[in-house]
Ligand binder design. Sequence first.
Ligand code: ZN
Length: 191
Amino acid sequence: MTDVLCLPVLILNRHFQPVQVTTAKRAFVLLYGGAANALDEDGEPHDFDLWRSLPVRDGDDIVTIVGGGLRVPRVLHLHRYDRTPRVTVRLTRRNLMFRDAHTCQYCGKHPPLRELNIDHVMPRSRGGADTWENLVTACRVCNLRKGWKTPEEANMNLARRPFRPKWSMTAQILLGSGSTFKEWEPFLKAS
Ligand SMILES: [Zn+2]
């Protein structure tokens, strides 16, 4: 039960643009409270009472309630824009490489994956943090050459300032990760 309530649910704003991924638990609060409709696999909106009346099918994730099961929605549509902060993509080696298109941010080469390193722009030994803004992918050669220096000290230029991915890229990362539901695809691909 706890696991089911932690399932991810895609949240769309009033204009059907994805704004965040939340938990089923929070989604039920929004649905029950009338702030959002649940969209079925055909994109049809359902308020809580309608949603509750939908039959449970094989393969549905359900929450058991009095009188049967309640489907866990995959997509929720907010009636009004909700100011809840966006959930951003996790800072991982894989996601960093995706952001940087598997390209060395110093020399622009595309080495084989095993020869791509994660470089701290401001070296860790000098207080550089593990953040989207301080990490880039770098080929082994550039990573070694840069060593404990800053790009300026090493006389190396970054292709671009590292950044935290915005939603459009987050959506691409989610699509590429396989951790999405088919009901999300029309909205992620359009974003
Ligand atoms: Zn390089």
